[in-house]
Design a protein around this ligand. Structure first.
Ligand SMILES: Cc1cc2nc3c(=O)[nH]c(=O)nc-3n(C[C@H](O)[C@H](O)[C@H](O)COP(=O)(O)OP(=O)(O)OC[C@H]3O[C@@H](n4cnc5c(N)ncnc54)[C@H](O)[C@@H]3O)c2cc1C
Length: 370
């Protein structure tokens, strides 16, 4: 018999969120994480209302008020800083009880999620421990969930590949903590459309400010302070946290196998929904009586019918989440949020069927200790 229901590999934001949900559901869970503390450098610095809701559901509301700053939105500017346009459709009113966009410092949020696990005796967190191979993990738990980040060793072990489409860009990420008396910086996220040097600026939480600068393929890594000088930021004005070059890649296709099966499924990237120029791949729903909007995105909730549950389509019991859904914000964090949110709707649906049809379905309940 397995000692655990779930084995989670990796305690970044993905694994830590999952572990908190498993704990709240009372699942016997083991988490393997090779580091002993949350990754100390700021990486992600933006999240939205739906993620805030997920964290709220996990009992973190009071901490969030200290860890999040409402974002003023985003604008596209020319090389001289003049506004070209603002981000279309940016919703500034609070949504779902939270504002549409927040900035934050990832190590602080990661620490919040890790610390939250102490509430759950059923979650066994093993820090500083490299996970065993997948086959061994499956001896210990009924389910294994790989949350081991972009360079996942589990993906390699399972032979799941990623193919580089050839899109390959170098960006120089510079993070600083600005001094209180430093030259004022824009209060809004800026995408700088300078053909000499594309750049992104993020006024993050507290004193944290982030720049990302596009580098030419053969360009030597520039001096970060020289890049910050036009923004009025000099070495005496800020503490440098990080100046690192990252590469962006694009995916062509994904392939997978189910369990021990030898047969592989391969799907080209068009099965994913891209934010810019998105074209929904919903032809296969024709004849299913699932209502779509004029562009082919799936209607849900009120838009799908008067008495539909949140995220439920025009057909009872069928739900749609993420980019395929009409009206979703088409961003990864929001899509992940819908993945968590739909659980509540499924719960309601199953409970209703149990009450009205007498179906015997075990509906586990979330339990978040105070
Ligand atoms: C510069 C930068 C800017 C970014 N900005 C944004 C942003 O604004 N918004 C956004 O949404 N995202 C952003 N991201 C991406 C975001 O940081 C990642 O998507 C997120 O951290 C992924 O979380 P994860 O839990 O999947 O992986 P990770 O955070 O990488 O965590 C994986 C964990 O698994 C552990 N691990 C790996 N292998 C093993 C093993 N064999 N055994 C035990 N433990 C293991 C690692 O130690 C690590 O703690 C940014 C990333 C970078 C680098």
């Amino acid at each position: 018999m397995n000692t655990f229901d779930v084995a989670i590999v990796g305690l970044g934001p993905t694994g830590a969120t999952l572990a908190n949900f498993c704990g709240a559901l009372g699942l016997r869970t083991v988490v393997f994480e090779r580091s002993t503390t949350a990754y100390p450098q700021p990486r992600a610095c933006h999240l939205d209302a739906e993620i805030a809701r997920v964290f709220q559901q996990l009992g973190f509301e009071s901490q969030l008020h200290d860890l999040l700053t409402v974002s003023a939105g985003m604008e596209y500017v020319a090389a001289d800083g003049a506004r070209l346009f603002t981000f279309e459709g940016f919703e500034r009113e609070p949504l779902l009880g939270w504002h549409e966009d927040y900035v934050f410092i990832q190590p602080e949020l990661d620490t919040m999620l890790r610390d939250g696990l102490a509430r759950f005796p059923c979650v066994d967190v093993r820090l500083g421990i490299e996970a065993d191979p997948v086959a061994d993990l499956l001896e210990q738990a009924r389910f294994v969930v790989a949350c081991d980040g972009a360079s996942s060793a589990i993906r390699t072990q399972l032979g799941i590949d990623m193919r580089d489409l050839g899109f390959d860009e170098r960006w120089f990420v510079v993070d600083v903590l600005v001094n209180d008396d430093a030259h004022p910086l824009p209060p809004i996220i800026q995408q700088v459309c300078d053909r000499q040097r594309l750049a992104t600026f993020v006024p993050s939480h507290g004193r944290h400010r982030r720049w990302e600068f596009r580098l030419a393929d053969d360009e030597h890594v520039p001096d970060e302070w020289r890049l910050l000088e036009p923004w009025g930021v000099l070495p005496n004005d800020a503490e440098l946290l990080r100046a690192v070059v990252y590469r962006f890649h694009a995916l062509e296709a994904v392939r997978w196998r189910v369990g021990e099966a030898t047969a592989e499924t391969r799907r080209p990237i068009r099965h994913l929904f891209l934010f810019i120029g998105a074209s929904p791949n919903t032809d296969w729903l024709s004849g299913s009586a699932i209502a779509l909007d004029a562009k082919g995105f799936v209607l849900t909730g009120d838009a799908a019918g008067g008495d539909r549950l949140s995220l439920e389509t025009s057909r009872r019991g069928i739900f749609a989440i993420g980019d395929v859904r009409a009206g979703s914000v088409k961003r990864v964090a929001a899509a992940v949020g819908e993945g968590a949110q739909v659980v509540a709707a499924l719960h309601g649906f199953l409970t209703d069927r149990r009450q009205t049809l007498g179906e015997v379905t075990d509906v586990p309940s979330l339990h978040i200790p105070a």
